[in-house]
Ligand binder design. Structure first.
Ligand code: ASP
Length: 343
């Protein structure tokens, strides 16, 4: 039987065309995308599409779009073997991270893709990305189970776990990387699946649960030389903030000045959720390595291990949306929920 896929088009460069008046890139409709990629007809796959209205540059993505995507996948889950989401690259890693946490019990592929050059341009990377994403989303093993039952990003011949990916280039075709987790697949002459790196469900029985309530009261503080107590206090102790992601140096270090640690302790006493991710491109937080990192741990900061900032943000939105209990959120944040951290 033919595999069936739903391609969900949200916008992004892949479907943009140059406006003749001001030369900026603006989205065009899905049928034009399909007509640019006749190769898709060669797959033994039934493809349906769903187009969001309005189509957006992904810089305009808000959590409401993630909720719409998650609900659409939930509502059409039984009708398709997999889902391909066309999305702008700027916030693709955030959206893929969010969907990975919002979709619990996933047994089918949800593959994000997009491109650096619009699909109508002669040197576009959009065709190859879309064709590979479709092939991967439709791929099943001999038992009829999805090869990649995960939320993933397919870009420049690599398939990356969505909540491990980060955008690394504004102009190279190799725009995404997954520094702390191996690629799930590589598209060469054949698609080579890296099965040990792929996360398989404990059961193939359909039991998709969708978390659509997100609490977005999170801020991010990138630690840097020259921070002032006023700015740090505003971010960590602000009344509207429930959680703060500290993007720290190296293996989870920040300044050891008493004023800084006093503010961290004050935020902890206020019940804020403080988490630690590294601002390095790869590697993990280890708050037992240096006295500066350990001081954060003693002050109540939880380790984000090797989570990307995008994954940490999405995980907090989801966990905080599930519960008002901050100690539970802190404890659960430290657990590996969707392969987003190494243990
Ligand atoms: N600004 C675009 C977007 O994220 C960039 C892209 O798609 O590559 O929608």
């Amino acid at each position: 039987m033919k595999a069936s896929l739903l391609i969900i088009y949200t916008g992004g460069t892949i479907g943009m065309v140059e406006d003749p008046v001001d030369s900026t890139l603006k989205p065009f409709d899905f049928s034009q995308i399909l007509s640019e990629v006749p190769e898709l007809a060669k797959f033994a796959v039934r493809i349906d599409s769903h187009t969001f209205d309005p189509l957006i540059d992904s810089s305009d993505v808000e959590p409401a779009l993630w909720v719409s995507l998650a609900e659409l996948i939930r509502d059409r889950y039984d009708d398709y073997d997999g889902f391909v989401i066309l999305h702008g690259t700027d916030t693709m890693a955030y959206s893929a991270s969010a969907l990975s946490f919002m979709l619990d019990g996933l047994t089918k592929p949800v593959i994000f893709t997009g491109s650096q050059l619009p699909i109508g341009k002669p040197r576009t990377d959009g065709k190859e990305n879309l064709v590979s994403a479709v092939e991967i989303a439709a791929a099943q093993d001999a038992g009829g189970h999805a090869m990649v039952p995960e939320v993933a990003i397919c870009f420049d011949a690599s398939l990356l776990r969505g909540n491990r990916a980060t955008k690394i280039s504004a102009e190279d075709f190799h725009a995404f990387s997954s520094p702390d987790w191996p690629d799930l697949a590589e598209a060469g002459i054949n698609i080579r699946y890296n099965r040990p790196a792929i996360r398989y469900p404990s059961t193939w029985e359909p039991h998709l649960k969708v978390q659509t309530h997100l609490d977005t009261r999170v801020s991010i503080l990138k630690v840097h030389p020259g921070m002032t107590p006023q700015v740090v206090r505003n971010i960590l102790c602000g009344p509207e903030t429930r959680a703060v992601i500290l993007e720290t140096y190296g293996s989870g270090n920040a300044l050891s000045k008493p004023w800084f640690l006093d503010i961290v302790r004050e935020a902890d006493r206020m019940g804020k959720i403080l988490v630690n991710v590294t601002q390095c491109k790869s590697g993990t937080v280890n708050m037992d390595l240096y006295a500066t990192g350990n001081a954060l741990k003693q002050a109540g900061v939880v380790s984000g291990a090797d989570a990307t900032t995008e994954a940490a943000l999405a995980k907090l939105f989801c966990l905080m949306g599930m519960s008002d209990n901050n100690p539970w959120v802190k404890e659960t944040f430290g657990k590996d929920l969707r392969g987003e951290i190494s243990k």
